[in-house]
Design a protein around this ligand. Structure first.
Ligand SMILES: Nc1nc2c(ncn2[C@@H]2O[C@H](COP(=O)(O)OP(=O)(O)OP(=O)(O)O)[C@@H](O)[C@H]2O)c(=O)[nH]1
Ligand SMILES: [Mg+2]
Length: 319
C-alpha cells in the first residue's frame, strides 16, 4: 500500500515521481483512489485547465509542446496530459509525443503524462478529471490536456477543460469536418496550425464564416478567435497564449469559470454515484431481491415499473 499522505506531500513539493505515482493510482482505479482524492481535495483548484483537440496529425502535440515553452517563459508550472481514447495502451500510440515533448523532459517545472483510456471504466470521463486534479494539487499553474478528436472524445474533453482549443490544419477539408463533428460549438479558441502550408488563410476564412453562421451572440458574449500558427516553429504560440488569457479573463469577469467548474464537478459526482449504484445493482442481480421481483412480474402480480421502484427503494434505503 502506498503512503498517500507522504506521496501528496512529496507531490506538493514538486517531486515528479510522487506525481507520477499518484496518477498511476488514479489511472489504475486503485483501492486507494478514495484516499488519494480525499487528500487532494483541499489542494486542488488553482490550475487553469486547457483542452486541445483536433483531428489526428493536425499538430496537437507540437502545439502543446510550444505552449509548454511559452508558459515556462512566463514562469508557470505546467502539467501535460495526453489522452488517447483510441488506444488501450499507455505509451504506444503516444510514443511520438514523447519525442515532441522531449525538450521538456528534464524540466522540473513540467509534468508530462500519457494516458490511454479505452477499456477503462467509462473512458476519458473516468480517469482524466482525477489525473488533472493530481497535477492541479501538485502546483501546476496550467494543465494542458491533449485529446485526439475522434467522435465523442472532443466533446468529453471540452467538458473537462476551462478553455477548449480546437485545432485545424489546411488541406484536410477540416472546415467541413468541423461543422459535421460539432466542434463549432465546443471551441473557445480556434487554431489553424500548419500556416506554413497553402490554404491556411482559406481554412481560417471558411472557419470564420461558419462560426458566424450559427451566431446568436449578444454584446459581451465570447466570440472565439481564430489564431494561425506554425507550431513546429513556435510561430503564433504567443498569440494563442494571449487568446487563452483573454478567454480566462472573460470567464472570470462573467462568472463563467465558476459556472463551468461547478457543472464539471456536479457531473463528476453524478458519474461516481451512478457507478456506485450500478455496482450495487450488479451485486443484487441474480440475488434474492431481484429474483423475487422477477418471479412476481412473471406471475403477473407486479408490473416491471413497480418492481424497479421497489428495487431502487431497496438500494437507496441502505445508503
Ligand atoms: N508543416 C508543418 N508541420 C507541422 C506543424 N506542426 C506540426 N507539424 C507536423 O505534423 C505532424 C503531426 O504533428 P503532431 O503534433 O504529432 O500532431 P497531433 O495532432 O498531436 O497528432 P496525433 O496525436 O497523432 O493526433 C508532425 O510530423 C509534425 O512535425 C506546422 O506548423 N507545420
Ligand atoms: Mg499527439
Amino acid at each position: 500500500m502506498a503512503d498517500v499522505t507522504r506521496l501528496v506531500e512529496q507531490a506538493r513539493a514538486g517531486g515528479p515521481r510522487a506525481v507520477a505515482r499518484l496518477i498511476s493510482l488514479v489511472e489504475g482505479a486503485s483501492p486507494q483512489l478514495r484516499e488519494v482524492m480525499a487528500a487532494l481535495a483541499p489542494l486542488a483548484g488553482g490550475a487553469y485547465v486547457v483542452g486541445l483537440t483536433g483531428s489526428p496529425g493536425v499538430g496537437k502535440s507540437t502545439s502543446t509542446s510550444a505552449l509548454v515553452s511559452a508558459y515556462r517563459r512566463r514562469g508557470k508550472r505546467v502539467g501535460v496530459l495526453a489522452v488517447d481514447p483510441s488506444s488501450p495502451f499507455s505509451g504506444g500510440a503516444l510514443l511520438g509525443d514523447r519525442v515532441r515533448m522531449s525538450e521538456h523532459a528534464s524540466d522540473p517545472g513540467v509534468y508530462i503524462r500519457s494516458m490511454a483510456t479505452r477499456g477503462h471504466l467509462g473512458g476519458l470521463s473516468w480517469a482524466a478529471p482525477q489525473a488533472i486534479r493530481v497535477l492541479d494539487a501538485a502546483g501546476c499553474d496550467v494543465v494542458l490536456v491533449e485529446t485526439v478528436g475522434v467522435g465523442q472524445s472532443e466533446v468529453d474533453i471540452a467538458s473537462e477543460a476551462d478553455t477548449t482549443v480546437v485545432l485545424l490544419a489546411p488541406g484536410m477539408g477540416d472546415g467541413i469536418q468541423a461543422a459535421k463533428a460539432g466542434i463549432l460549438e465546443i471551441g473557445d479558441v480556434y487554431v489553424v496550425n500548419k500556416a506554413d502550408r497553402d490554404g491556411a488563410d482559406a481554412t481560417a476564412r471558411e472557419l470564420n464564416h461558419m462560426l458566424g453562421l450559427g451566431e446568436a451572440r449578444k454584446p459581451g458574449d465570447w466570440r472565439p478567435p481564430i489564431v494561425k500558427t506554425v507550431a513546429a516553429r513556435g510561430e503564433g504560440t504567443d498569440e494563442v497564449v494571449e487568446a487563452l488569457e483573454k478567454h480566462r479573463a472573460w470567464m472570470e469577469e462573467n462568472g463563467v469559470l465558476a459556472e463551468r467548474r461547478a457543472a464539471r464537478v456536479a457531473h463528476e459526482i453524478e458519474r461516481i454515484a451512478v457507478t456506485a449504484l450500478r455496482s450495487r445493482i450488479g451485486d443484487l442481480r441474480g440475488g434474492r431481491d431481484v429474483g423475487a421481483l422477477a418471479a412476481r412480474v412473471l406471475d403477473g402480480s407486479l408490473d416491471p415499473y413497480t418492481a424497479a421502484d421497489e428495487l431502487v427503494a431497496g438500494l437507496t434505503a441502505g445508503a
